[in-house]
Design a protein around this ligand. Structure first.
Ligand code: DON
Length: 296
């Protein structure tokens, strides 16, 4: 096992996350045949944070389809997850749906026609359905803490509002976004929720269709190219699978046709991605041969 000093640092800018024990580690692999392999703290709920952006994007695409891409790009940003620098040059259109700016536009789309409480309830129901687990909840203390301290997100939402790319009152869109980030899940629940991305858009083989095969492929492509922000290239190099990280220390990775994998280790690297979680996924990929770049 890696020494504690190798685990990176827990996120402190969201106060409740600063109190999480950095020695926690959980891993869950759901394989294509439905078998669940869990290890360590796989049953311990953690704040999924930016991993929620995968489910929120899926929900928003279900509502507005490809018109979403008029408001959000599909290119890696090469900048940190909370950066504002590209927005001025690019007229308030975020580079991709996984940086905070892009996820705020996605939240704004999911808010359309609803009260914020209803919009977030709809996302929570969707995630519960995907994971087949009604026990999944939102950690209100985490949502409140971000509402009180998320000044960068407030700036991003207001800046995009000035370009007309946030359609609701920024505080309402931010409320939806902060609550989606505060969804708490275990590795088991998260790996279960990712199954539709391993099964080409199906809930399970032969089961209900969650999204089209093309949409599942495209979401995986975005996870690969943008899911780890300015470290997406390094994640592709080391792990070779579509993945989405969160500052709570969780990562969801998809081996299409083979497995949905969730890992949790709260210590982060300099890019805000789980340090040990990435290493664990690198080892899983090595041991199994799972890679979107391999011949098998
Ligand atoms: O908006 C934020 O800063 C957080 N709620 C989510 C950021 C995040 O998880 C970045 N991922 N590694």
């Amino acid at each position: 096992m890696a020494a504690a000093e190798d685990r990176g640092a827990v996120a402190t800018y969201i106060p409740p996350l600063a109190t999480i024990d950095p020695s926690r580690f959980g891993l869950c692999i759901v394989t294509a045949d439905g078998a669940v392999h869990a290890a360590g703290d796989a049953e311990q709920a953690f704040s999924i944070q930016s991993v929620s952006k995968v489910f929120a994007l899926t929900q928003a695409l279900g509502k507005v389809g490809d018109t979403l891409w008029r408001r959000v790009g599909r290119e890696p940003s090469g900048t940190p997850f909370n950066s504002i620098v590209q927005l001025e040059r690019e007229q308030g259109i975020p580079r991709n749906p996984f940086i905070n700016a892009g996820a705020l536009v996605v939240a704004d789309i999911n808010l359309a026609g609803h009260e914020p409480r209803v919009a977030i309830g709809e996302l929570l129901r969707f995630v519960r359905y995907l994971a087949d687990d009604d026990a999944i909840t939102i950690d209100e203390a985490v949502a409140r803490a971000e509402q009180a301290t998320g000044f960068r997100n407030v700036a991003l939402a207001n800046y995009m509002k000035a370009f007309g790319n946030i359609q609701h009152a920024p505080e309402l869109t931010l409320g939806v976004y902060f609550h989606q980030c505060a969804i708490a899940m275990t590795c088991r629940q998260l790996a279960m929720a990712g199954r539709y991305l391993m099964h080409g858009g199906l809930y399970r083989p032969g089961g209900a269709r969650v999204v089209s095969a093309q949409r599942a492929r495209r979401i995986n492509a975005l996870m690969l190219t943008c899911g780890h922000y300015d470290a997406s290239g390094d994640f592709a190099f080391r792990v070779g699978l579509p993945g989405k990280s969160g500052v709570g220390g969780g990562i969801l990775a998809i081996a299409p046709g083979k497995a949905s994998i969730a890992v949790w280790s709260p210590g982060l690297n300099a890019n805000g991605n789980s340090k040990l979680g990435t290493l664990a996924l690198e080892r899983v990929a090595e041991a199994t041969g799972w890679s979107v770049f391999s011949a098998a």
